[in-house]
Write a protein that binds this ligand. Sequence first.
Ligand SMILES: Nc1nc2c(c(=O)[nH]1)N[C@H]1C(S)=C(S)[C@@H](COP(=O)(O)O)O[C@H]1N2
Ligand SMILES: [Mo]
Length: 449
Amino acid sequence: MSKKIPDPTGKNANIRGIHELYDEDPTQADRQLWDREVEPTSRRGFLKRSSLLAMASALGASAIPFGDNMPGGLIPAALANTTEPFALAGKDGLTVLNDRPINAETPAHLLDDAVTPGSRMFVRNNGLPPEMASIDPATWTLEIAGESCENPMSFTLAELKQKFEHHTYQLQVECGGNGRSEFVPSASGNQWTLGAVACPRFTGVRLRDVLEACGVKSDAVYIGYYGADQHLSRDPSKEAISRGVPIAKAMEDESLIAWAMNDEDMPLLNGHPLRLVCGGWPGSVSGKWLKKIVIRNKVHDGAKMSPPSYAVPKYPVAPGTEVPKSDMVIIGSMPVKSLVTAPVSGVTHAAGQVLEVRGHAWAGDLSVAEVYVSIDFGASWQKAALQAPANRLAWQHWSIGVEFPEKGYYEVWARAVDSEGRSQPMVVPGWNPRGYLNNACHRIAVQVA
Ligand SMILES: Nc1nc2c(c(=O)[nH]1)N[C@H]1C(S)=C(S)[C@@H](COP(=O)(O)O)O[C@H]1N2
Ligand SMILES: [Mo]
């Protein structure tokens, strides 16, 4: 007999889909998963016990004497008596999904800027980021090595800046799991909705120029990165994540080793003082807090590099299918997608007036050819005006004036088509075990009154 088990901690009540994962009594592993994958985001909810220990100092207390009696993860009243949602320093209006590791996404209407400000760029951490106080840009070094590197070398940040030409590109970075929350049955991992995507301007040196200065052997097929963040266990022999890209992607003009975002230092949570940016691919290839790059003679084998991480089945599977790792492929270029960034979903609009609807569209390594908008649940589509990208791998802006025939409830759906004629699907596409690549149309609600 299977039955639905409520989350015994009650912490995840607002997180869609999590309970569907469990129809047996929860195991210890399940409880750990609740703690690890779906930590609470509301002060009216609960925090996990490990975070509580740190909370004594947040309360300005030296200790919480009866802390052992606190129900696992209870939020202290001193912090609970406010309606302010949890906020991340330097991140403006982002929704925090997790606090250990820190993961936060941006509501669609806060992604309205043509170029995403640092304060609005999502945060996806697999481990524990280095602390600001431990980062000294003056002594930071980047090492280039690996079996397919002719002359392994190390560069200080100043040497990188001085030896190589600087380049600035606006680059779209989207987490491979963006949209995961819509898959049924649900996939474990951050329950991203729409906002694990951004397109800031990055400045740095070309990855290619640095690799070539160190000599790329003819047998090179891949690069891999290592960052200064720690594994969640703090075990120094483990990497939080160490991924990479095929050498052809690494050698593209737009693949950067970047120190600046929008002409400012990289925000700490986005990889200060140095990160890799390979736009158009899952964000996980763009290594933060970059310490080392290896040139490999095989597919890089760092943490979260092999299936099922960042991989999808080679063939379509029915929802819920168990897929052998050998039948999975590593995700490369991301699929075509778009966002409606204005108006905000749920807006009330005056009847008889034209509603200005706008947003962005992007298509991995490709460009976007067309964007269409529907106000009748996909029965008919109107073509939006679409701008060229600022450069290759930047998202493109679209806009359209929409008229509504009468008062009532409408949804505005947006659908982009890439330069090879592939369209976003109107419904959630191919289910896959880890919940990647959901590029379904974004829709917003509009009340015409
Ligand atoms: N060192 C390091 N680099 C990393 C990660 C990480 O946890 N550690 N997360 C990756 C993932 S999964 C994504 S989606 C992007 C997110 O970049 P952002 O946090 O700057 O938005 O960083 C990638 N680079
Ligand atoms: Mo990611």
